[in-house]
Design a protein around this ligand. Structure first.
Ligand code: DX5
Ligand code: ZN
Length: 221
């Protein structure tokens, strides 16, 4: 299965978003990771629906908008994100009660449905919805901020998700998010992820060079 780099826009230059997005598109980036934070589920506020709407409108469908909702009770906003143009809508297991039901509603609305777990959440607590999830996002930092240190133990979840997918013939993609850089990306890929999110490692200094270096490793792993 192919592996993909998903740049997280959180670390982009918001004054220069168009130029940054043009570089990503030139470099054939497929998944664009969009971190939506509400100041409640996480102690930070990022960007939201109008920004996603505008990106969708102006990037001519170049990207799959991989929307990561760090929002309490995300079920309140499913239609808003659909209308804004989200392709994948990932919710946190910790942010709602009936997370399997929320995934079903996202799918009914024609989006891909993702489920995410925080570093301290037992991965087995989402077993019941692995059959319907299109994507499972393993948080490898505590959500809320870019530029944090990768938490090694979270790789065990990636291994578990691979075993479960194999055993039960599930179809979800496995994504990892937080603290990925040029030093650890090979190890992360070898653990069995399909999509690697990287924010600061992509957007600091030379974006094009960072993407090329990360992609070289991701494609070889
Ligand atoms: C953190 C976000 C991440 C973040 C990753 O809550 O979900 O997507 O932007 O940033 P880096 O790659 O810098 O850790
Ligand atoms: Zn994220």
């Amino acid at each position: 299965m192919n592996k993909y780099l998903a740049p997280s826009l959180l670390s982009a230059n918001f004054y220069n978003l168009k130029d940054d997005l043009n570089v990503l598109s030139d470099e054939n980036i497929k998944y664009l990771h969009l971190d939506v934070m509400d100041g409640m589920f996480v102690p930070n506020i990022s960007f939201g629906i109008p920004v996603i709407n505008s990106i969708k409108k102006h990037t001519n469908e170049s990207f799959i908008l991989d929307t990561h909702l760090m929002v309490e009770r995300p079920e309140r906003y499913i239609m808003d994100f659909k209308n804004a143009g989200a392709d994948i809508l990932t919710i946190h297991k910790e942010a709602t009660i009936d997370f399997c039901e929320v995934l079903s509603i996202i799918k009914e609305q024609g989006m891909k449905a993702g489920i995410s777990v925080n570093p301290e959440t037992d991965i087995k607590t989402i077993d019941e919805c692995l059959g319907i999830a299109d994507l499972v996002l393993v948080m490898s930092v505590h959500p809320g901020f870019g530029g944090q240190k990768f938490i090694e133990e979270t790789l065990e979840k990636v291994v578990y998700l691979n075993e479960m997918r194999e055993k039960n013939n599930h179809k979800y993609l496995i994504e990892i998010d937080g603290g990925i850089n040029i030093e650890n990306v090979e190890k992360v890929c070898k653990a069995g992820v399909d999509i690697v999110v990287a924010g600061s490692a992509v957007f600091k200094n030379d974006i094009r060079k960072n993407i090329m270096q990360l992609n070289n490793i991701i494609n070889e792993a």
